[in-house]
Design a protein around this ligand. Structure first.
Ligand SMILES: Nc1ncnc2c1ncn2[C@@H]1O[C@H](COP(=O)(O)OP(=O)(O)O)[C@@H](O)[C@H]1O
Ligand SMILES: Cc1ncc(COP(=O)(O)O)c(C=O)c1O
Ligand SMILES: [Mg+2]
Length: 276
């Protein structure tokens, strides 16, 4: 049986919760065939878990992209792209692929770390990636950087940022309020270019949510490859990540990854969708 082919252009999170590891596990859970073009390798200091980001040579990234694209790709996701050159290479690859199913997760920082990967990356994402995005999935910080508004703190500010990101070329936007937004529920804003929707689920009290953003965006990607509409894709992704967070667990004293396969094993928490 032929499977839909999903490609992530992303970094390796050696701890396994985020990055291309999250993407591949999520692609598998959605019944798609996952492939990877690796951009960077993230390692952690065993004492204290500080992150180190090591880029791969860009010629090697290009060879991986050429390999994957030659098979005919149904959907592409981008994750951690640490330099402006890598962002440009990813943009060229997406254009070359011809697929409209493009999910841009504009990763700027690792959760728990506060240093942006490279300040020039935001402009490069605006130039090379947002115009290609069927969906982009910034968290609050990333939305504020892309929109140039500063980090949104309210639903109204999220709407303003989403409109600006839409003007930059992304066809649809999900701004993840996550647990950072001061709402009772875990609330994300979905803008399809015309209408705004709130996607809400129970806020999980634990901090075991490492990889939640990657898992959400990879779910959207696989859903688009499988033929779902953008709205259906983001709603299922919210269910998938809510289940994964509800079953997050402690890998060690420092990090708690989500359980990527939780939805198929335990079912998903209720997600409500409200047009606003
Ligand atoms: N504590 C939580 N409980 C429930 N959902 C959460 C929680 N934290 C994050 N989420 C959800 O996980 C997804 C990823 O959001 P977030 O963690 O903010 O992204 P990122 O990992 O990119 O910073 C969003 O759908 C968000 O609403
Ligand atoms: C390689 C890689 N990509 C992406 C991320 C972002 O992860 P999250 O899904 O928590 O936003 C991380 C965080 O550690 C990472 O290591
Ligand atoms: Mg993220």
């Amino acid at each position: 049986m032929a499977l839909k082919k999903t490609l992530t252009i992303a970094g390796s999170d050696t701890s396994g919760g985020a990055g291309m590891q999250a993407d591949l596990k999520t692609f598998q859970e959605h019944g798609t065939y996952g492939m990877v073009a690796l951009t960077v390798v993230v390692t952690m200091e065993p004492n204290g878990w500080a992150h180190n980001v090591t880029p791969l040579p860009t010629e090697l990234l290009q060879k991986q992209i050429d390999t994957a694209l030659s098979t005919g790709i149904d959907a592409i996701k981008t994750g951690m792209l640490s330099t402006e050159e890598i962002i440009r290479i990813a943009g060229d690859a997406i254009s070359k692929s011809g697929t409209p199913n493009v999910v841009i997760d504009p990763v700027m920082v690792c959760k728990g770390e506060d240093e942006v990967l490279n300040p020039g990356n935001t402009d490069a994402m605006i130039q090379h990636l947002l115009p290609l995005a069927a969906v982009t999935t910034p968290n609050l910080f990333e939305a504020g950087q892309l929109a140039g508004t500063g980090t949104p703190n309210t639903i109204e500010e999220m709407k303003t940022a989403a409109r600006k990101i839409h003007e930059l070329g992304a066809k649809a936007i999900v701004i993840k309020g996550g647990k950072a937004l001061a709402t009772e529920k875990a609330t994300d804003l979905f803008f399809d270019g015309e209408k705004f929707y709130l996607l809400e689920s129970e806020k999980v009290a634990s901090t075991y949510n490492h990889g939640a953003g990657c898992t959400f965006a990879a779910s959207v990607t696989a859903n688009l490859a499988n033929g779902l509409s953008v709205k259906e894709a983001v709603i299922e992704a919210k269910e998938f990540v809510s289940a994964a967070i509800a079953h997050g667990w402690a890998l060690n004293d420092y990090v708690g990854p989500v359980m990527h396969g939780a939805k198929s094993r335990f079912g998903a928490p209720q997600v409500t969708v409200t047009e606003i």
